[in-house]
Design a protein around this ligand. Structure first.
Ligand code: FDA
Length: 393
């Protein structure tokens, strides 16, 4: 039987970083993945440029039963620590918006950095390898791979979430946690476009391709000021992805197409200034033409500003600033960027990421019930939780 100190399942962001850290400490590490390549999600992330961290990362940008569980890992291996590695490697990067850091060139640079770290740390990376079973005998794990059994002192599960099954996402990590009697918080797709019934969708479809930047999208007290995108299937764009993590079936969301303006005051002032102007002309100063036409038609507005009473202006302003929508669902795991829920944090020790009930078994990255907002937070969680485990295994 092949014997190793540490077996890590999943060569994504978390698995690669943890493997390199453990390898650097002189541990014999085997890293396996059923995919053809390591770090596939890194490759497609951030539109191919990988939003690899966020300079403002704190536990406050995470959804979890216990977001504070992230405090210690995020402190021990922080955004600045990861940025330090990116700098050392001379990977050029820039801040796009809201503290989000992206590679100037390509996400592949981050993958290459991690692959080089694996090599330098003497980690054995085995791709296109499936795991057929895991047993614990005494204080060792026996793991059945395609062509052999591996015995490991420590087993690290870094198999990520369920999003994008086409890319090899599986529920392996959650199933394994259940097999060992660990509680798994119910999972659901997050950071995902929202869908609507036919009557709501019809006008949205007409606007497919149009972006509004920024809008303010809210659900209850939670709100995000980011871009919104109309698509053939519903609404997308960062603002919608963000709110989708908080949205539940039956909830309404509210969109303010013109945050930062009191559009009622603006329209009244414009009417006073020159009432002969068409309403479209004035709205066109604030919104894309297609959106203006859509709202004007929907509200049956014709004529000049002078023809509009205060009441009509108020109705129009409310339509723009308080658009209430009731999504019927989301695009699901097919397009979701992440999975909410996962291995319950109270089952794990955040100093090591080890399962409290199962010594030697570790969970890191997205498989844990710790889901970041859009903006580089999910990778930072992957790096931080992986680093912590990498020091412990
Ligand atoms: P990850 O999913 O990276 O890795 C899991 C690995 O386990 C995969 O390689 C998989 O093949 C393997 N695996 C799964 N089941 C297995 C099994 N049964 N046997 C063997 N191997 C198995 N985040 C962010 O911070 N900034 C960003 O820019 C983006 N952008 C982005 C875009 C898109 C399109 C998506 C889908 C997601 C993002 N994300 C993101 C989220 C980010 O990609 C995600 O949170 C991290 O990749 C999670 O890292 P993990 O290592 O935990 O899982």
């Amino acid at each position: 039987m092949h014997k190793v100190d540490v077996l890590i399942i999943g060569a994504g962001a978390a698995g690669m970083l943890a493997a390199a850290e453990a390898g650097k400490r002189g541990r014999r590490v085997l890293l396996v993945d059923h995919a053809k390549k390591a770090g596939d999600k890194i490759r497609i992330s951030g539109g191919g440029r990988c939003n690899f961290t966020n300079v403002n990362t704190s536990f406050k940008q995470f959804l979890s039963e216990n977001p504070r569980f992230a405090i210690s890992p995020l402190k021990r291996f922080s955004a600045q620590d990861f940025i330090g590695r990116v700098r050392e490697r001379k990977i050029a990067f820039h801040e796009k918006t809201l503290g989000q850091l992206f590679c100037d060139e390509s996400a592949q640079q981050i993958i290459d950095m991690l692959l080089d770290d694996l090599r330098d740390a003497g980690v054995e990376l085995r791709l296109k390898t499936s795991v057929h079973g895991v047993q614990k005998t005494g204080d060792r794990f026996v793991v059945e791979l395609d062509d052999e059994q591996v015995e490991a002192e420590k087993l690290v599960v870094a198999t990520g979430g369920k999003s994008i099954p086409k890319m090899g996402a599986t529920s392996f990590g959650y199933d394994l946690a259940s097999q060992f009697g660990l509680r798994v918080v119910e999972t659901r797709p997050a950071l995902v476009p929202l869908t609507f019934d036919q009557s709501t969708l019809a006008p949205i479809k007409e606007l497919a391709g149009v972006a509004l930047d920024p809008v303010q999208v809210s659900r209850g007290k939670v709100q995000f000021n980011e871009a919104l995108l109309f698509t053939h299937r519903g609404l997308s764009g960062p603002a919608i992805l963000q709110i989708s993590s908080f949205w539940r079936e039956g909830d309404q969301i509210k969109v303010n197409m013109l945050p930062g303006y009191d559009i009622f005051d603006q329209l009244r002032a414009a009417r006073q200034d020159n009432g002969k102007r068409a309403v479209q002309t004035v709205l066109g100063q604030f919104l894309p033409k297609r959106v203006v036409e859509f709202v004007i038609n929907e509200q049956n507005i014709s004529g000049n500003l002078a023809d509009m009473s205060d009441k009509k202006l108020r109705t129009l302003s409310d339509r723009l600033a308080q658009w209430v929508l009731k999504p019927t669902g989301s695009e699901g795991y097919r397009t979701a960027e992440v999975t909410l829920g996962g291995v319950a944090t109270d089952e794990l020790d955040n100093r090591t990421m080890e399962a409290k009930k199962v010594p030697g078994l570790y969970f890191i990255g997205e498989v844990v019930d710790m889901t970041g907002w859009l903006g580089g937070y999910n990778f930072q969680w992957a790096w931080s939780s992986a680093w912590v485990a990498g020091q412990a295994v």
